[in-house]
Design a protein around this ligand. Structure first.
Ligand SMILES: Cc1ncc(C[n+]2csc(CCOP(=O)(O)OP(=O)(O)O)c2C)c(N)n1
Ligand SMILES: [Mg+2]
Length: 339
């Protein structure tokens, strides 16, 4: 596929105006907004089921991080590889995986992407540039850097984007991988999702001043810290990074600043996370920021509301279908070859 054709087939239906075209058109912003809402509503639906005493398999809420997840993936091409994180569903939805697949995988039902074998931590759609993910922090850096090397050896101009929670950035393999990517000018973007916490540890306890960017600047490559709760800033920052990596100039490291509004995981009471801190960070809820931006761009409130209602309807339908779907099991996977 030529670069131009691939561009036309962007994962989220986004058509950028070639390299350097980083502006975010309103129609694309609206599509991202819808994906952000779907991600939020799915987290809320899982929490509501838990609240009602129903069993919900393993999930890590992405509430508060939807802008970073969705707007950083929206500008990717279909053939760009994306390693997502354990938190939230926005990366997957923005890369083209359906909410139905995410829900079936989450609830270990038949019909998702991994036949109920991996939950939502191991969603895999290689045809969409979603090769799956690991469960042991840090290993992703080696995997992602290898993917970028393979893309280069294949003569492709596709880019690999490796998202990670900031705690994984404390593992040594990031620095080994980055060093190799710099030496070999690999087309890879490492994006830290700095959400202030790694389970019950504050980011300030892991890195000086709670930031990683000063460490990376020593590699003499583009390094940028950005507001990960602002969809537009996230989109344009990643567009610039993509242009750099795709041009053959080597890796980029980004640190998106956001905040984890929900507990680390469903069984976590999060009593270590001060309520006043959560309340103040809720004022920068990315969904509210997106809504404000859209209104400022002249989008009618009715249109915004109809997108919200449509997303709510899709969520309801998917939850109904998921509940009715048969459980997956080893026997139902007989004959399935996982490659
Ligand atoms: C090597 C390793 N240690 C511990 C875990 C368990 N674990 C899962 S999520 C998590 C916290 C991660 O924090 P961060 O990277 O900041 O991502 P966040 O959860 O904040 O999105 C931990 C310790 C793991 N998966 N792998
Ligand atoms: Mg974190």
């Amino acid at each position: 596929m030529s670069s131009a054709d691939a561009d036309a087939e962007m994962t989220s239906g986004i058509r950028r105006q070639g390299p350097g075209g980083t502006a975010l058109p309103t129609e694309i912003y609206l599509g991202m907004f819808r994906t952000m809402i779907l991600s939020r509503r799915f987290d809320e639906a899982c929490a509501a089921l838990l609240g009602a005493g129903k069993p919900v398999p393993h999930f890590h809420s992405g509430v508060g991080q939807e802008a970073l997840m969705v707007a950083a993936v929206a500008p990717l091409r279909r053939d760009d590889q994306m390693i997502y994180t354990h938190r939230g569903y926005g990366h997957l939805l923005a890369k083209g995986v359906s909410l139905r697949e995410v829900a079936l995988d989450t609830f270990m039902k038949r019909g998702g992407t991994n036949n109920g074998l991996g939950g939502n931590m191991h969603v895999a759609r290689p045809d969409l540039g979603v090769p799956g993910r690991e469960g042991v922090f840090g290993t992703r850096f080696g995997i992602a850097t290898g993917l970028a090397l393979a893309q280069t050896l294949d003569g492709s101009d596709a880019v690999t984007v490796c998202f990670y929670g900031e705690a994984a950035g404390a593992r040594g393999i990031l620095y080994e991988s980055l060093n190799m990517a710099v030496l070999w000018k690999l087309p890879i973007i490492y994006i830290a999702e700095n959400n202030g916490w790694s389970f019950s540890s504050r980011t300030e306890w892991l890195f000086p001043n709670g930031r990683m960017t000063p460490v990376w600047r020593g590699f003499d490559i583009p390094v940028e810290e950005f507001d990960g709760n602002d969809p537009e800033v996230t989109f344009t920052t990643v567009c610039r990074a993509l242009d750099h990596a795709r041009s053959g100039a080597g890796p980029v490291v980004l640190e998106g600043l956001t905040y984890r509004l929900d507990p680390h995981i469903w069984y976590d009471p999060a009593d270590y996370q001060p309520n006043a801190e959560i309340a103040s960070r809720r004022e920068r809820d990315p969904l509210a920021i997106a809504r404000r931006h859209l209104v400022k761009r002249g989008v009618a409130i009715d249109r915004i509301q109809s997108i919200e209602q449509e997303a709510a309807r899709e969520l309801e339908e998917v939850m109904r279908e998921t509940e009715a779907a048969p459980w997956a099991g080893w026997n139902t996977n007989a004959g399935v070859v996982l490659t």
